[in-house]
Design a protein around this ligand. Structure first.
Ligand SMILES: N[C@@H](CCC(=O)N[C@@H](CS)C(=O)NCC(=O)O)C(=O)O
Length: 252
């Protein structure tokens, strides 16, 4: 067993992720729907892509960076959070489900394949919900790797993060068996496709891990590189991380 000791060394890194919400789809701030997000959040990006694809106007409430100091719009202290019609909704998949059910009109985007009109395929509900849940768990572990890196913890010096990285790899191996040559739901750009692309793009752009090397997942990732809604929400690489703590690993 190994114990880790942390010594705080420097001021917090701002994890700012600059990105402008105005898009080629003509989405403009509106008093109706309001979305709390950060530029870098892959969960929020999934929601932003759905809103862009649907052509739904919204007021952007960009929280700038993580950690965030302004009061939180929800108890989970996380983005995205959507305010609409007097309701406040959090958790990206719940938000997307809400959007698709509340605004069932055809997508404004004319790209092919079209955005799927459902969160999960009605005839494959439990299969797709399991895929979505696996994508969410995979993304959470990858995000842990990124956020704790800022504190000086990595898979190389933390047993817990070694497990987190192993979980990401194992989820990706399983997803490779589940995905088809046309994504997770052939004929559609599905929320499952977005729940894979957004965090995995974050992992590459922010230097968390190089997950590439699985044929079908690689193809899915590459297929949507030129999709306008993805280009409009593209991530910027963040400045190099200078960890806030020095970590000394001691044998038990
Ligand atoms: N399961 C949540 C995850 C949301 C989440 O973890 N968001 C991150 C940004 S990527 C966040 O707001 N983190 C704030 C913090 O950790 O302080 C969802 O799908 O919306």
């Amino acid at each position: 067993m190994v114990r880790a000791y942390l010594t705080r060394t420097a001021a917090p890194n701002a994890m700012a992720c600059p990105y402008v919400l105005d898009s080629p789809h003509g989405v403009r701030p509106d008093r109706g729907m309001k979305l709390h997000y950060t530029d870098g959040s892959p969960y929020a990006r999934k929601v932003r892509i759905v809103l862009l694809e649907k052509g739904l106007p919204f007021e952007p409430a960009n929280r700038g960076s993580v950690p965030m100091t302004a009061p939180w719009p929800g108890p989970t202290r996380a983005v995205p959070v959507l305010e609409d019609k007097g309701q406040t909704i959090w958790e990206s998949d719940v938000i997307v489900d809400y959007i698709l059910k509340t605004y069932p009109g055809a997508p404004a985007a004319t790209d092919t394949p079209p955005l799927a009109p459902w969160l999960v395929r009605p005839d494959r509900e439990w299969e797709d919900r399991t895929t979505l849940a696996t994508l969410s768990t995979c993304a959470a572990s990858m995000i842990n790797l990124r956020f704790l890196w800022v504190d000086g913890l990595t898979a190389e010096n933390s047993d817990y993060l070694t497990q987190q990285r192993a979980r990401v790899e194992q989820c990706l191996d399983w997803l490779e068996t589940r995905v088809t040559d046309e994504g997770f739901a052939p004929g559609w750009l599905s929320v499952m496709d977005l729940a894979f692309i957004c965090p995995m793009d974050f992992a590459l752009t922010r230097g968390v891990m190089n997950w590439r090397g699985r044929k079908k997942l690689d193809a899915l990732f590459d297929r949507y590189r030129t999709r306008p809604s993805l280009i409009a929400t593209q991530l910027n690489p963040s400045p190099p991380i200078s960890p806030r703590y020095e970590l000394e690993r001691r044998p038990a």
